[in-house]
Write a protein that binds this ligand. Structure first.
Ligand SMILES: O=C(O)CCC(=O)C(=O)O
Length: 313
């Protein structure tokens, strides 16, 4: 891609819906992903878990063990960066309707005329969240993936119906608006949440559940306070959540020692809409590996306990 190559995507939202996103910090689009596409995502989840793709960290499951799909999924809370190995995840990162909405809302908070709809992706996370598995405590995604213009955005694709019982997303509407990053501390509720720290110092009573049907996509700004609770149902809560940002912002993520935040810019990105203004820097090919997120439900008991993998968000 050069900086004059354009990726065109459809307009999906009305101007009022865009203004509502800027105000509330999230938008729910029901039925964006078709039943056939959901089946493709479910199959890909199983292919990843069975180690069908060349990958350092997901080794092939021995066919001789005759493991059922349920068995291969039963220990997976979340696979980080599945698009590094799965072309199917990559296809959904570039889903035209998802990217059409992103091209309208990602940096819609900037003054008129200062954003042309260009968007890039830097992260994917595939949650399986089987029954009994923990959720993620309150947080804001920009704590983990900083942008320079508050444009980080998650596109949360519900592969199953997401309900209060199976651990849907909860958000504090409007909590993104000031651009304040709340402090974080370790939480003491291992039964409910995984290892990631918890943001505090705000009015939790304003939280609302985001219950959606499979096929819906929830878009949320990187400063929006959100969490999810433990899966208390007997079904999975599968979700593919991809993170994107304004392509015009540098991505000062995972800064190396001695690096200057002022010009740090991670280039393991996927352009998905408009142009990549920094195409002249090239795009970095990520390693063929994923990270498996841990929680109380999938951690082996001490003393064999494996070290937790560092979370990205
Ligand atoms: O889906 C979840 O349970 C949590 C997702 C989340 O926190 C995120 O995408 O930042």
């Amino acid at each position: 891609m050069t900086s004059d190559t354009r990726i065109d995507v459809p307009r999906v939202l009305s101007d009022q819906q865009v203004r509502d996103f800027v105000e509330n910090g999230y938008h729910i689009q029901p039925g964006l992903i078709t039943p056939e596409e959901l089946e493709e995502l479910k199959k890909d989840t199983i292919d990843l878990a069975r180690g069908k793709y060349p990958c350092d960290s997901l080794k092939p499951v021995d066919d001789a063990q005759n493991m059922s799909d349920r068995e291969v999924l039963k220990n997976i809370l979340c696979i980080h960066q599945p698009h590094h190995v799965s072309p199917v995840t990559l296809k959904y990162i570039k889903h035209p309707k998802v990217c059409g909405i992103l091209s309208q809302i990602t940096a819609a908070h900037l003054p008129p005329g200062s954003w042309d709809g260009s968007v890039k992706c830097m992260q994917s996370m595939l949650f399986v969240k089987p029954p009994g598995f923990q959720g993620q405590a309150w947080h804001q995604d920009e704590i983990y993936i900083p942008t320079r213009d508050r444009s980080l955005i998650g596109a949360w694709i519900a592969i199953d119906d997401a309900t209060i019982q199976n651990g849907c997303l909860w958000v504090v509407p409007g909590s993104h608006k000031t651009g304040y990053l709340y402090p974080q501390k370790a939480h003491d509720n291992e039964e409910e949440f995984d290892f990631a720290p918890e943001s505090y110092g705000f009015d939790e009573s304003k939280e609302v559940p985001v219950e959606v049907k499979a096929g819906a996509v929830v878009f949320f700004n990187g400063y929006l306070l959100h969490r999810s609770r433990k899966n208390r149902s007997d079904i999975y809560r599968r979700v593919l959540v991809n993170h994107y940002m304004n392509a015009w912002s540098l991505l000062p993520w995972d800064i190396a020692e001695g690096e200057r935040p002022a010009n740090a810019d991670r280039r393991a990105i996927v352009p998905v809409s408009g142009i990549d203004p920094y195409a002249w820097k090239g795009v970095k090919t990520p390693p063929k590996s994923v990270w498996l997120r841990t929680c109380k439900a999938n951690r082996p008991p001490a003393p064999e306990a494996a070290p937790a993998v560092a979370a990205k968000s």
